[in-house]
Ligand binder design. Sequence first.
Ligand SMILES: [Zn+2]
Length: 592
Amino acid sequence: MPNNTGISQAALKLIEKKVMEMRPQDRLCTLCMDEISLKTNLSYNLPEDKIISLEDFGGCYRTNKVATSALVLLIRSISGKWKQPIGYYLANGACPTNVMEDVMKEAIDKLEGIGLDIVVVMSDQGSNFYSLAQRLQVSPERPWFIHNNKMYFLMFDPPHLIKSVRNNLMKYSLRFDQNVATWKDIEVVYEKDSSLPIRSTPKLTEKHIHPNNFQKMKVKLATQVMSHTVAAAICMYVSLGLLPPTAMGTAELIEKFDSVFDCVNSSTLHSTKKLKCAISDQTTRITFMKEAMGFIKRLQVMQGNINVTGRIKCLKGWLITLKAIISIWEHLKTKHNFKFLLTRRLNTDPLENFFGTIRQQGGNSDNPTPVQFSSAFRKLFFSPFLTSSTGNCAADFDDLLANFEKKVKARPVISTPTPQHTGTLEIGPVDYREDAIDSNIVKDNAIAYVAGYLLHKCLKIHTCPKCTDELQCNNLDDNRKLFCYFKAYDQTEGTFGGLHAPSQSFLNYVIELENTFFKHFSVYTKSLSVGANIMKLLKKIPVPFKCCDNFPVDYLQKLFLRLRIYYSLKFANRDFSNTKLKNRKYMKVAHL
Ligand SMILES: [Zn+2]
């Protein structure tokens, strides 16, 4: 199942079955893309013998960089009630624009291959999606691109756009038609209003006026400020002489964007607020949206006396989005016989909700690790049809899912990076790679300790006096054995507390294993069979010690490898958590 990056054949097959049952109209859908930040954390997938949580754009395109974000793709019916996540990719920092284009086009091809009809692609205004729009030569005059001779509309998520307008109003003053809108006017209203027993803007709170970074992400806080109520309150304060007449500019701007947002957020056929109704031939929505485009084109964003309009992406974003929605309506009406269009279907809310759900699992500010993310994604992959479908389809799909889930459970999907034979393993914070234990004696002792542990494990499954005699050493004449001794001191089983001090030849062998591992691990980090590749090299090292034919050399090599992969990742993860967030994207596993 969608256990890996990209869009799997299995996932497509599952969706295809569902698509066959749909009315043709319900097959028209939007493709939503968005990114979520991840907490850097490497782990090892045992069945697949690969290190996960590296940058991974599906197929063979993997790098040695750690993943810091996931790009998620979701499709959603424009008229039907279904939505379906389809795949994800792991990126280091923002996903590069050219990769994003490939990912998008591959998704379109695969989805149309199973009978879906993608009408529009959308995302928020994250800088990379904005660059993608530019790369595809999308503009307010031409809110679409051509792929395989078919026209695809492109738009930005309206809730993100309204937040951007609010953010810009907080920072700059906005001029239009001899008027000027400023955040200051809203602050004054809030101050005066909050001291009154009966407030004209009861919904406004401190969070609306001075939102922190987290609160800035909440759409509701933005729409409640950019609302008809606040515009009306400003007008009232102006007429009472409590605000200067210039504040009317602020009221007008807010009123305008409130209406624009209603237009692109309609969820019902009938509403008392005319602009909140679905777009249809009977409504004046299209005329209003064209007027709004004219208004937005006339806006000038001022930083003091400097005109910074050119820098403000959300204005161009609004123009593209409004024109796209007008064009989508024309397309659906003429080509697909739509009688109305609920514009709220044209946003990336389902993705936002999904991100919200998985963030909540780790406390609101915590980002998921790649493993947590992919497991949440698997759950989400199965849930949408179940909860939003009606009638027989849901039941059918239930059956299908039950079968699928059995298969998923039958094999271990994600293995936590824990070596099988931990038992009483007390290697703890002893990493022979660390600067802190750089001096040779400690370094040698650490390896001696690992060798002792490995020997202990081997002699547990191979109880043989000859090998025991040959491979372990009970005297403490050598410095490097001191560590084994001290580590085991408080244990009760014999001199070495159950651990065996390894003989010199056994120790030499483990040192050779270690040298080979260290030399090649970073080379194979991104390979799909990291363990198998290194194992081939370990097998080539001649075994220098004498033992009987039954001594478990193969087990010894495997245990060593498992242990080293586990500790390499563990220490890398510890380093990541000590590194400041902004530096994370430069980290590569090569530095293990
Ligand atoms: Zn033996």
